[in-house]
Design a protein around this ligand. Structure first.
Ligand SMILES: Cc1ncc(COP(=O)(O)O)c(C=O)c1O
Length: 382
């Protein structure tokens, strides 16, 4: 049973007929000579440049750009700097690579980057492979502690950037408060610090009010990325950047040398999905279904493990648990024998007695069963 391990969305989130319906239209548009839509000139004239243009990020569909801008509430996007792209992870990779390459070497020849501690494990792996010196900044229930950021900025050499997941963070599920967002934007301005804002979960909110992005609060100075992986389907591999102008060009160059072109058929599918009015109802459905699973996990934890401290996310896929001294690696071995899994906190730079539980993939019943098995695998003292 893959309870609480994978951060994948469940197949239940996707209204397959809407996606395949949209896909079919794209394919019909390409192949149907009957309707005069088969030749490339007509396709371009019909404003389908993504189908014919395989290597440029510039000639992308303006309607899709407008949709993306409207989805990211309050986004003051400059169309030229808003680029439909590969999804968040490849986008993050090229952002990390470019920002690191652009930055100055420190005196010791190592580039220093700031991240939340804990943070998403893949950027940590990428940054290690790129040879960066990773500085983890402490977080609490309101997200990244601005005091820790200020201290790191004052004490060390100038960092290449701060990588931040402000909303429904992976792995903790925490959200950076508005007050802290404002403080971090101020600090970034004061210290000329580039902020890479990774926001794949922001729209998957089950309760509470949306907060402004750092991009918005900074008036467009933040390098922002998001994707449709959590709101339509991850397999489409479509996401977007909103970037300061000077970084946009650099990132396009890195992207072109990394994965050549975004997934154009995926972009076209997203466009059809959105323009047929499926996006908003689908998002409502996703929010409701995942919200039910978050509730089920919190209820099961309260019932089975009342002494384990957890976060209470208002959206996203994950919550974070602290085991009061029990080693999560040891627990994982026992839990897997009992048929339940999770990701240990150390994978994200967290303490040895922490772990990430994902409620995105499994059913409400499986969550109850999985948390019961987890509780049985724990030493009696917890
Ligand atoms: C913080 C964060 N960024 C990026 C991604 C990758 O998303 P995408 O499917 O858009 O590449 C994930 C996904 O799991 C994530 O948690």
């Amino acid at each position: 049973m893959n309870v609480a391990g994978t951060g994948m969305p469940s197949h239940l989130w996707f209204v397959v007929s809407n996606i395949t319906g949209a896909d079919r239209v794209v394919i019909v548009n390409v192949s149907s000579d009957d309707e005069g839509l088969g030749d490339l000139d007509t396709l371009v004239a019909a404003d389908h440049p993504w189908l014919t243009h395989t290597s440029s990020y510039i000639r992308t569909d303006r309607a899709l750009l407008a949709t993306v801008a409207s989805l990211t509430h309050g986004l003051a996007a400059q169309p030229a700097a808003l680029i439909p792209q590969a999804p968040a992870l490849p986008a993050t990779l090229v952002k990390l690579q470019t920002a690191l390459a652009n930055s100055q070497h420190t005196k010791r020849g190592i580039k220093r980057v700031l991240v939340e501690q804990p943070t998403y494990d893949r950027p940590l792996k990428i940054l290690r492979e790129l040879g960066a010196q990773i500085v983890g900044l402490s977080c609490d229930e309101e997200g990244l502690d601005p005091e820790a950021l200020e201290q790191a900025l004052r004490e060390g050499e100038k960092p290449a950037f701060l990588y931040l997941i402000p909303t429904f963070q992976n792995p903790s599920g925490r959200t950076l408060s508005e007050e802290r967002r404002l403080r971090i934007v101020d600090l970034a301005r004061e210290h000329d610090l580039l902020v890479l804002e990774d926001d794949p979960y922001g729209l998957v909110r089950f309760e509470g009010e949306p907060l402004p992005s750092l991009l918005e609060l900074s008036g467009g100075e933040t390098a922002y990325s998001s994707s449709f992986s959590k709101t339509i389907a991850p397999g489409l591999r479509v996401g977007w950047f909103v970037l300061p102008e000077d970084l946009a060009r650099e990132i396009e160059l890195t992207a072109t040398s990394t994965y050549i072109t975004p997934v154009l058929l995926g972009q076209a599918t997203v466009h059809e999905f959105v323009s047929r009015g499926h996006f908003e109802p689908n998002l409502e459905r996703v929010r409701e279904l995942i919200g039910q699973r978050r509730d089920a996990m919190l209820a099961a934890l309260e019932r089975e493990l009342p002494n384990v401290r957890t976060t209470r996310p208002e959206g996203g896929y994950f919550l974070w648990a602290e085991l009061d001294g029990v080693d999560a690696g040891d627990l994982l071995a026992r839990a897997e024998q009992a048929g339940v899994t999770f990701v240990k906190g150390t994978d994200f730079g967290g303490p040895a007695d922490s772990l990430r539980l994902a409620y995105s993939f499994v059913s409400v019943d499986e969550i109850a069963e999985g948390v019961g098995r987890l509780a049985a695998a724990l030493p009696a003292a917890v």
